[in-house]
Design a protein around this ligand. Structure first.
Ligand SMILES: Cc1cc2nc3c(=O)[nH]c(=O)nc-3n(C[C@H](O)[C@H](O)[C@H](O)COP(=O)(O)OP(=O)(O)OC[C@H]3O[C@@H](n4cnc5c(N)ncnc54)[C@H](O)[C@@H]3O)c2cc1C
Length: 306
């Protein structure tokens, strides 16, 4: 007999919402994450577009979602799922930490992770000069000079946060600023911020410590060297779906293919959140996917046991 009705891989907004809906549908639910519960929102300073809450701290929202799952009796375990064996009516999750968990249905909600630039000396400074998390590392740059690389919503939101701490902030982006126009206007108006658009970053400056980067204008060919004490990269995301490659449910970019009911091509395997192929990756869309996936999974489990 399977250990759980529904096992959910990933404890971000999609996974936690799926857990709430599955538990309320009387399923025996396990929620797994390799990190602390919360997903990407744990590292988001302030969320300003969550309906009903004008402004909410990402970590606060994550804690209240997780507490909600715990009040409903959802089991949680720290585990890095490395492989899913699909044996028809039973699935087995193999985890790096040694657990082997059986369940009737799985919901994959493993989200995305930041993309790296892939330029020389990036790895030399990863974690010691280059960061992907302003909330985690921003305080190290109080009254110092920082770079933000990228021009999308995350880059601009996190720039607004960092500009309050840093002495000077320089944004370097390959295109123009593509974030919400009001946020871009706010950033450009700050006295301690410079924005360099249409610059291709060629390398981080070599040396013992992080000192800056070299970029080249894609419009004029002009070289730009910016000196700074640290850099924050926000140049996009890639799906965290490597463990599911052998299931044949990924598109060419590694995103999970799921239909409107959040079903993948494998019966009993559902998916939700940023890890699936879709247009808008936000908390509310992750939650919507999670709710639908849980309803579909509960229907699938009930049909098995009928
Ligand atoms: C800087 C930044 C700012 C943002 N600001 C906003 C905002 O203001 N408003 C908004 O709506 N959205 C915002 N977003 C987007 C929002 O955070 C995501 O859309 C949302 O978190 C997606 O939820 P998810 O549950 O699909 O995935 P995630 O939140 O990415 O959670 C996935 C979880 O799966 C876990 N996991 C991955 N692989 C495995 C594995 N093999 N085994 C076990 N666990 C695994 C991860 O550890 C992670 O906890 C922001 C994102 C970033 C990066």
């Amino acid at each position: 007999m399977a250990d759980y009705d529904v096992a959910i891989v990933g404890c971000g907004p999609a996974g936690m919402t799926a857990a709430i809906y599955a538990a309320r549908a009387n399923m025996k639910v396990l929620l797994l994450d390799k990190l602390a519960p919360g997903g990407q929102i744990v590292n988001t300073f302030e969320i300003g577009n969550y309906p009903g809450m004008e402004k909410v701290g990402g970590a606060d929202l994550a804690i209240s979602m997780f507490e909600h799952t715990q009040k409903l009796g959802v089991a949680f375990d720290y585990a890095t799922v490395e492989e899913i064996l699909d044996e028809g009516e039973e699935k087995t999750l193999s985890c790096k930490e040694g657990q082997r968990i059986s369940c009737k249905a799985v919901i994959l909600a493993t989200g995305t992770r930041p993309r790296m630039l892939g330029v020389p000396h990036e790895l030399d400074f990863a974690g010691s000069g280059i960061s992907w998390c302003a909330v985690c590392d921003g305080a190290n740059y109080r009254d110092r000079d920082v770079l933000v690389l990228g021009g999308g919503n995350s880059a601009v939101e996190e720039s607004l946060y960092l500009a309050e701490l840093a002495r000077h902030l320089t944004v370097v982006t390959l295109f123009d600023l593509t974030a919400d126009p009001s946020a871009c206007d706010k950033l450009r108006a700050l006295p301690n911020v410079d924005v360099h658009e249409f610059y291709d970053i060629k390398e981080f400056l070599p040396g013992e410590h992080f000192t800056g980067l070299r970029a080249v204008s894609t419009k004029t060919g002009e070289e730009l060297v910016v000196h700074a004490d640290g850099a924050f990269e926000y140049i996009g995301l890639q799906p965290t779906t490597e463990p599911f490659g052998s299931l044949g449910i990924l598109n060419d970019h590694g995103y999970i293919l799921a239909d409107r009911e959040m079903k993948t091509a494998r019966p009993g395997i559902f998916a939700a959140g940023d890890a699936i192929e879709k247009g808008l990756r936000q908390i509310v869309t992750a939650e919507s996917d999670g709710a639908i996936a849980a309803e579909s999974a509960a229907r699938y489990v009930r049909a098995l046991t009928r």
